[in-house]
Write a protein that binds this ligand. Structure first.
Ligand code: FAD
Ligand code: HEM
Ligand code: FMN
Length: 1029
């Protein structure tokens, strides 16, 4: 009996039009595949379309006895311009056969090698442009690669040259824009009622205009060819004068034009997408980038790549294959059964049915690519592994007779381009936190992705490019430039480099820069990744950096990878440096791993350590003091020195600040709903729903980064203390990174020194001395801020400018997303614990957490600066739905688990088999209701309540107690292959881990050390932790 093919709910008459994202259909199709599994169907205006998403089904439809290419609704529309050209020809159309046979020789390996000179010519225009525009130029690689590939297909296949040459022009070639618009509109038309189409006169006129622009270029090329036939016959020559032996005739002019346009379209859009995907994946994977560079340096060196290099660089080929696997520009191809058939042994499909092969998902099928299918790992294509793949598993170029004719062309073009680029440039992302966004026309490619190309083997070129999330969020670059301007050119150079995700190291770096002129230095500040391989020798290099689970911050990954592979013992001879590390002792085994590693490698390879590494523990009282001490060693000054001056002026109220915020790279999200989850009187927990900014996507387990504003109450306190009117804004004119500062950080001992130097009364001086003498107990522990101290000691006469320089820049805060894109791909929810409690200092003012208060005060419709940040690869639910999850969390650590369960619930609702998971949840008292998911069999919830004694908790106060109680179920789930997820405070995470280790100890009869080792090794890929603080 045939198995019904699942389908999402539909609207009468219109079917599933609403189900597919108009701008990015592939995103909707991907999510539907995640939800419905190997096959699903959609009905668009009466046209039924099937989508397959597994290797097994793809392999079956690759049987060309049973299936053939189908010209789907989109391509049918595009035929308006490219009629019976190769790509859009119907199976059996005679002109397809003629063109195919005439043109195949042009695309043979030798035919393509003959195009070497033309390709190198075009590639060198690109590298010249990047060199000329310099490292500051913000490059849109998709746009530049499109210029390159369009030039290449015109020059190499059509001998058409001089009309292009637009590499340095700002705007794209009119053909490229017309083509892109034409293809997008073709796609939309395929999903539009004809009556609606008829009522869109301006859209229709534009469509016609675009078609004419495209056709005119093809006509110009053909006319030019006829007027000036090239010496070497090219693709057009073969179409114009070739006679096909089998048909006994050549191609009519209409078909030549159709094929010219086909080659212009198919010959550039896909290859530029491939180059952009490869660039993106290499920049996200420093190890792969380094290996590729090493291969190019070793095998090609400084000479231009020659014909002999083509297909000779194995790692480059592996990078290209892996890029096409994860980013197949032609992400859907359509096929159709020649007769009614049974697919996968159970799905009946009628003759002529439309089967869309979802190559994007199939290239990630764990059955072929394993659990790490989402990771970019060129190694899986090396050493015979590519050749050993099951048939049809890697299919970016289509299949059979209708597979890509231009594969060898693009293969050679991409190799020459990538070798030439990496010989000359270090590429860096403009925003290292960028996560892949897609744009779709006929093909897909990365969107909103920008890079800088820094010439290699040169003097260091340090730039002012925003890179960390904070820099990005605060657009400090104008301010920094101002700082540099005030530093005299005669001063000695100083280089401040940082690696930072949440802004602490960056704000320390900024402090160093601000202080530099007063010590006779002209400082330049940059992220570590911007200086890979060029540590300067003409001035001290000060490095401030953090670690994340023992790994570098996002904007230091390339640098660290580079260091880890340094061989020459004197590689850093002449470099004078010192390192300050920001870390947290809660990460016991990887505390300060990255700063230490950088310090060791530099010192061990010939660099001169100016001062011992500074080690700041954010969880300790001395964090800021440690930095101050290290900074003073660097500059040889004492902490008693005055704070650097800052020019400020007050300006009237205005929207300057808000407008500046709105220009950030972070997107603007909109609040949709807010709900308090807790009973009155209990510490507040909230559920907040946002609509993401356009184009933003997420996975269950990811984070939302929020740029908060200080709570009004605290700002008013500061203004009142300095006698400012409430309707004033302050404009900073200095090297301070931002006008957005943290007002509640504990004062540092250095701040106390600065306060002591201000005009004081006897009493205030004595109070300050007392605070200094008892710093840990009276300042750091109770988190007494500079503002608190100023309020308590009215006699301290501190200028506002000095106060502002004492404050760190506002940090972004991260929140685990508590929803799944299968619930809603454009919306996310947060589960928030609001920090609002009597201050630890005992002062009467309540302590209000900056970001949580900001979030708690939001109302539907409010706009918020936010961005999705990817979680570590391990912290996502497994694709295999038969794998149970064991989730351990407390408080708002429930957030990601809620997202995981929501995802599995959506999959179950779609008719899929889902394993039952275990959720261990600890909180004060019963809160969010999970009974629906329990009834669905998605999850079995085990609770622990610290402030409430109810039956369900079985006397367990903490989540660790509950795990211990339910040992048998944990062991059972382990045997069933479960994956473990832990989320919440570091204390809770450590407690849970201890219980698990104890289980290992008891089950295997081991001592603690051996059990820990076994636990760590045995659960390497199955145990993921996410710690809040
Ligand atoms: C990866 C990650 C995921 C996270 N996910 C979530 C999530 O899903 N939900 C969630 O709610 N949070 C989450 N957090 C925590 C969140 O990022 C913030 O740290 C939290 O909301 C507090 O930020 P805030 O700006 O409100 O407080 P801040 O202004 O930053 O103040 C917090 C600081 O004040 C201290 N403090 C707290 N109470 C007092 C008091 N009474 N008196 C004096 N000092 C006090 C704290 O010890 C802490 O050092 C996550 C954190 C990380 C790193
Ligand atoms: C990375 C680059 C490329 C990719 C990923 C790619 C992908 C594809 C795919 C998947 C198909 C099959 C479509 C289907 O089954 O409906 C195809 C067909 C085709 N491609 Fe490519 N392509 C690339 C580069 C090129 C280039 C450089 C050219 C031209 C020089 C080209 C010309 C064509 C043509 C003419 C067809 C239709 C072949 C036929 O049906 O006879 N492609 N391509
Ligand atoms: C998810 C996470 C993982 C962390 N891992 C480590 C670690 O392995 N070692 C360490 O010393 N500190 C670790 N920390 C602490 C950070 O390095 C520390 O908070 C630092 O100040 C952050 O600097 P930044 O704001 O410049 O990014 C971690 C923090 C978080 C949130």
């Amino acid at each position: 009996m045939s198995t019904p093919i699942p389908s999402p709910p539909a609207i009468p008459f219109l079917g599933h039009i609403h189900t597919i994202d108009k701008q990015l259909p592939i995103a909707s199709i991907r999510l539907l595949a995640q939800k419905y599994g190997e096959i699903f169907q959609l009905n668009v205006l009466g046209d039924t379309r099937f989508y397959i998403s597994t290797y097994a089904l793809l392999n079956e439809v690759c049987d060309d006895k049973r299936f053939e290419k189908k010209i789907n609704a989109n391509l049918l529309q595009a035929r308006g311009a490219v009629s019976d050209g190769l790509f859009t020809a119907q199976p059996g159309e005679e002109n397809w056969g003629i063109a195919h046979r005439l043109l195949m020789p042009c695309f043979s390996p030798t035919g393509i090698l003959d195009m070497y000179d033309g390709m190198m010519d075009v590639v060198s225009q690109l590298t010249m442009k990047w060199e000329r525009f310099g490292p500051q130029d913000c490059i849109d690689p998709a746009a530049d690669f499109t210029r390159l590939t369009l030039d290449a297909i015109c020059l190499c296949a059509m001998s058409y040259r001089w009309a292009f040459q637009r590499m340095c022009k700002e705007e794209p070639h009119p053909f490229a824009s017309a083509m892109s618009d034409f293809l997008v509109e073709s796609g939309l038309r395929a999903n539009r009622l004809s009556i609606v189409q008829a009522m869109m006169p301006s859209t229709n006129a534009k469509y016609e205009e675009d078609r004419n622009t495209m056709t005119k270029l093809a006509q110009d090329i053909l006319d030019d060819h006829r007027a000036h036939p090239p010496k070497q016959p090219d693709l057009i020559s073969r179409m114009v004068s070739g006679i096909d032996k089998e048909a006994g005739r050549g191609l009519p002019d209409s078909s030549i034009m159709a094929n010219l346009l086909t080659f212009l379209v198919a010959g550039h859009e896909t290859t530029s997408g491939m180059l952009t995907f490869a660039t993106y994946y290499l920049l996200k994977n420093p190890e792969a980038m380094r290996k590729l560079r090493e291969e190019i340096d070793t095998m090609v060196g400084d000479r231009p790549p020659s014909k002999k290099d083509v297909n000779k660089l194995p790692y480059l080929l592996a990078v290209m294959r892996e890029s096409l696997r994860l980013g197949p520009p032609a992400s859907l191809r359509t096929t159709s059964p020649k007769e009614e058939t049974i697919l996968g042994g159970k799905y009946t499909l009628g003759k002529g049915a439309t089967i869309n092969c979802n190559i994007y998902a199939i290239h990630r099928d764990p059955a072929v690519w394993g659990d790490d299918a989402e990771l970019f790992r060129p190694e899986r294509m090396l050493d015979g592994k590519f050749e050993a793949l099951p048939p049809n598993a890697w299919q970016p170029f289509g299949f059979g007779m209708r597979a890509c004719i231009g594969r060898a062309f693009s293969w050679q073009e991409v190799q020459l381009t990538m070798i030439s680029i990496f010989q000359r440039f270090d590429l860096v992302m403009r925003d290292p936190t960028y996560e892949l966004e897609l744009k779709q026309t006929l093909t897909i490619k990365p969107h909103n992705f920008f890079i800088h190309a820094i010439p290699r083997k040169d003097r260091p070129r340090l730039l002012h490019i925003p890179s960390g999330p904070t820099a990005q969020a605060t657009r400090g670059e104008e301010k920094r430039s101002a700082a540099f301007a005030t530093a005299s050119k005669d001063m000695k150079p100083l280089y401040v480099l940082y690696g930072s995700n949440t802004g602490t190291s960056e704000s320390f770096a900024q402090r160093l820069v601000s202080a530099a002129p007063s010590h006779g230095f002209r400082a330049t500040m940059e992220t570590l990744d911007k200086v890979t391989e060029y540590l300067p020798t003409n001035g001290p290099v000060l490095i401030v950096t953090a670690s994340y689970e023992g790994q570098p911050a996002d904007n230091a990954r390339h640098f660290v990878n580079y260091l880890e592979n340094i061989k020459a013992s004197d590689a850093f001879k002449g470099v004078n440096y010192s390192v300050f590390g920001c870390g947290n002792r809660d990460w016991t085994t990887t505390y300060q791993r990255i700063p230490k590693l950088i310090d060791d490698i530099l010192g061990g390879h010939g660099a001169n350590r100016l001062a011992p590494r500074g080690e700041g523990d954010v969880s300790g009282a001395e964090f800021f003091d440690t930095f101050d001490q290290w900074e003073n060693t660097e500059y040889g000054t004492s902490t008693e020195e005055a704070a650097p001056a800052l020019n400020i002026k007050t300006v009237s109220t205005g929207t300057a600040r808000a407008e500046r915020l709105r220009q950030r790279d972070m997107g603007l999200g909109t609040v949709v709903d807010t709900k308090v989850l807790t009973a009155s009187g209990a510490p507040i927990k909230m559920h907040i729903e946002f609509k993401l900014s356009e184009g933003a996507t997420y996975r269950a387990g990811d984070y939302l980064a929020i740029l908060p504003k200080n709570p009004d109450r605290i700002v008013h306190r500061a203004m009142a203390r300095f006698g400012l009117q409430e309707d004033m804004e302050i404009e900073l004119d200095s090297s301070s990174p931002t006008g957005y500062v943290e007002l509640q950080q504990p004062a540092r001992t250095r701040d106390l020194d600065i306060l002591l130097q201000a005009k004081n009364s006897k009493a205030s001086k004595a109070a300050l001395k007392d605070l200094k003498a008892n710093y840990t107990n009276k300042v750091f522990g109770p988190r007494l801020s500079v503002l608190d101290i100023l309020e308590d000691n009215k006699a301290i006469d501190l200028p506002l400018s000095t106060f502002l320089t004492m404050l760190p820049a506002m940090r972004i805060r991260q929140y685990s997303i508590s929803s799944s894109p299968l619930w809603d791909a454009e919306h996310v929810t947060l589960t928030l614990s609001v920090v609002n409690a009597p201050a630890r200092s005992g002062r009467k003012e309540k302590f209000l957490g900056v970001a949580s208060t900001f979030l708690a005060g939001l109302r539907p419709g409010d706009k918020v600066q936010l961005a999705v940040r990817a979680a570590s690869a391990a912290f996502h639910p497994p694709q295999d739905l038969t794998v149970p999850l064991v989730m351990v969390c407390a408080g708002s650590g429930l957030a990601p688990m809620r997202g995981f369960l929501q995802e599995r619930a959506e999959q179950k609702k779609a008719g899929r088999e889902v394993a039952t998971s275990l959720l261990f949840y600890g909180c004060r008292a019963p809160g969010e209701d999970s009974s629906t998911w329990e009834q669905m069999g998605i999850v079995d919830v085990r609770v622990a309540f610290s402030r409430c004694d109810v039956e369900r908790a079985k006397g367990c106060k903490y989540v660790q107690d509950r795990i211990a109680l339910d040992k048998e179920d944990i062991v059972k789930s382990f045997r069933a292959g479960a994956k473990y997820y832990v989320c919440g405070s570091s204390k809770m995470a450590a407690g849970a881990k201890q219980v698990f280790i104890r289980f290992v100890q008891e089950t295997k009869n081991l001592d603690e050390a051996a059990a820990t080792e076994l636990f760590t090794k045995g659960l390497q890929d199955r145990y993921a932790t996410d710690v809040f603080e």
